[in-house]
Design a protein around this ligand. Structure first.
Ligand code: SAH
Ligand code: SF4
Ligand code: F3S
Length: 446
């Protein structure tokens, strides 16, 4: 089969975490730099990049069904075939397998190698099938083009990779070791994002709070130091960061929540389970008590903080009583929002080999019970915020005439009717709470 000679249009489809969204944007910028333009809505693209996630089984399986669909839908009469690239964490973990299982795939590119896409596209257009899953010493960031125009909220990867090796997780294998991007590059990229229209920046990392670097004076600083410095950028209104690991939650970072006004009152701090034996088997290296102690400290400096977490139910060997401990933890913390998953054995991880794998129906039942509890707490958090005066950063138009959607400081979706524009920070009062969003009215005099 002959591929599209040299692609004129592209589509990048990102799955998984926010870092993949960031990587997808950077790949789009690279392709734009090559003169390739986004395929118009509803039209086939000459080049499709599937930016994949390997975190759970279902996420990886989606890739193969997507490839099948792209090939099946290809309806050009010129004898060509689509140029398909598989990027992201499935590419890193299963590069060779993808090439063997999906002959339609022309390129496989790992998360640390995608700056080399332009050359790969030239090779693939010439008929070769190319794989690049290197983790090069010179980071991709140095080779990426400058940021383009962005919306009011932007992601900025500050740290990548993970050295924690939780026994269930593929990330240390797909993203590599923990690496912090240099301070100067981050300050520069943040300023460019703000110049391009960003009012809010979310700092990203698999363990974002493990970030460390030398500031302009050569002094070693942590994420709190970086946040304090970014807060000095005049037109930047809001700063967030995700995802944090409990072990890297320093006193400095906790203190920043108390005194950096631009740092939003939201903390995503995954705990995974509410039982110490399970946490040890997961190699989480924190206990239930040490986790709760961190939350107490954060609440002491920022009482209104919205807390968020990740949970896994049905880790190998998890008993009913141990699962009940997770429910108890959830009730103690009162999360504002959470993600919860059924344990998914990942090839090559220690937990996949452990005895005591839990039956699917037990996992289903546990997940349902956990999600019922989490939804109850989310609703309670939203209800408790009714009557609060706050700012909303306008992100887009709503479904109804004159309606706008944005986020509260606590990351709740807020909708309201007013004469505003995307990127405005609007002073509102939160009026009525639903499970997933809040309605608000604009405060007069603003
Ligand atoms: N670095 C972050 C999150 C990484 S992955 C952290 O350490 O918390 C995002 C979430 O996916 C994890 O927090 C975990 O809850 C979930 N996850 C990871 N591996 C999983 C697996 N094998 N099965 C089910 N959920 C998993
Ligand atoms: Fe995965 Fe654990 Fe690392 Fe998070 S800390 S990315 S869950 S290994
Ligand atoms: Fe998925 Fe890789 Fe992110 S496995 S969650 S895309 S780091």
């Amino acid at each position: 089969m002959q591929s599209t000679a040299s692609p004129k249009t592209y589509r990048v489809k990102s799955f998984g975490c926010q870092m993949n969204v960031y990587d997808g944007e950077r790949m789009a910028e690279l392709l734009a730099g090559e003169g390739i333009t986004p395929a118009p809505e509803g039209q086939q693209a000459d080049l499709v990049v599937l930016n994949t996630c390997h975190i759970r089984e279902k996420a990886a399986e989606k890739v193969y069904s997507d490839i099948g669909r792209i090939v099946k839908d290809w309806d050009r009469a010129d004898g060509s075939s689509p140029l398909i690239a598989v990027a992201g964490c499935v590419a890193q973990a299963e590069g060779e397998e993808i090439m063997a299982r999906a002959p339609a795939v022309r390129m496989v590119v790992g998360p640390q190698a995608y700056h080399r896409l332009p050359q790969m596209i030239r090779d693939a257009s010439a008929g070769r099938r190319v794989t690049d899953t290197d983790m090069p010493a010179i980071p991709k960031f140095d080779a990426l083009p400058a940021r383009r125009k962005v919306g009011p909220t932007a992601f900025l990867t500050v740290q990548e990779g993970c050295d924690k090796f939780c026994t269930y997780c593929v990330v240390p294998y797909t993203r590599g070791a923990e690496v912090s991007r240099p301070h100067a590059a981050l300050v520069d990229e943040a300023k460019k994002l703000v110049d391009a229209g960003a009012r809010e920046i979310t700092l990203l990392g698999q363990n974002v709070n493990a970030w460390t670097g030398d500031n302009a004076k050569g002094r070693r600083i942590g994420l709190d130091g970086l946040i304090r410095e970014l807060a000095e950028i005049p037109d930047l209104a809001r700063i967030r960061y995700t995802t944090s690991h409990p072990n890297d939650m320093t006193d400095g970072l906790i203190a920043a929540h108390g005194d950096v006004e631009k740092l939003m009152p939201f903390l995503h701090l995954p705990v995974q389970a509410g039982n110490d034996r399970v946490l040890r088997a997961m190699n989480r290296s924190h206990s239930v008590d040490s986790y709760l102690a961190i939350l107490d400290k954060v609440r002491a400096v920022r009482p209104d903080i919205a807390l968020s977490g990740d949970f896994i139910v049905g880790f190998p060997g998890e008993t009913d009583a141990e699962f009940e401990d997770t429910l108890r933890l959830v009730d103690r913390v009162g999360y504002a929002q959470c993600f919860s998953f059924k344990y998914s054995p990942r090839p090559g991880t220690p937990a996949a080999e452990m005895s005591g794998q839990i039956a699917a129906e037990v996992m289903d039942e546990r997940l349902q019970r956990l999600q019922t509890a989490l939804n109850r707490h989310q609703m309670a958090f939203n209800e408790a915020s009714v009557g609060r005066a706050c700012s909303v950063l306008v992100e887009r138009k709503g479904k109804h005439e004159g309606q706008w959607l944005g986020k509260s400081p606590w990351l709740q979706s807020v909708h309201f009717t007013a004469d505003v524009a995307v990127g405005d920070l609007v002073a509102v009062t939160l009026d009525a709470a639903g499970p997933n969003s809040i309605s608000a009215s604009v405060r007069s005099g603003t």
